[in-house]
Design a protein around this ligand. Sequence first.
Ligand SMILES: [Zn+2]
Length: 190
Amino acid sequence: MTYGRGTFKGIEFGLYGYEDIDSEETMDNIKREFEDQYLKQIKTNLKKVGIKFISLKWFSPREYNFANDNLDLTIRIVDKKKIKTAILKHKTEIDKRLSENKSYSGYTSLTIYSVESELELLDKPNYEIDLIVLSEILNIDFTDFDINEHLITLPDCEECNEYFDQEDLKEFEGEWLCEDCLKKAKEFEK
Ligand SMILES: [Zn+2]
């Protein structure tokens, strides 16, 4: 089972709207930093509640109209008894968040309605843990992690200050210039 946005309570990984960043490098960097800080704890905490960690993968939408970037978590249910214990331990927070998240006009909630209904589902053979339930029993505070601290900015042309990929800048008399500025600089030289 793979879980997207909202799995890690308190973090948004979305890069939509960020300008002047090297997207590829930034995605790699955020993933690396996040793993450095939390991966060990995530694996341990999941194991404690009967869930096996499978993978973390960066997800990037082809278009930003409907989705944003995310770090997706894939897991496997191992021990339902331990999950049940963990759910009951966090019952109050889970129920509180679920009631805040109920469907309203124009919005269909994708999560279940209560801890009780989650526990009923838990007995079924194809049980998939609810996203909110998972994020609560994971029980890690991620609020220290700010993606803004891990952005990799693109280099800029030293003449016009526009942002370019490094490979689109050429060095000319000690300055890194874009194609247009390079042309102008060369013409000026003549
Ligand atoms: Zn330029």
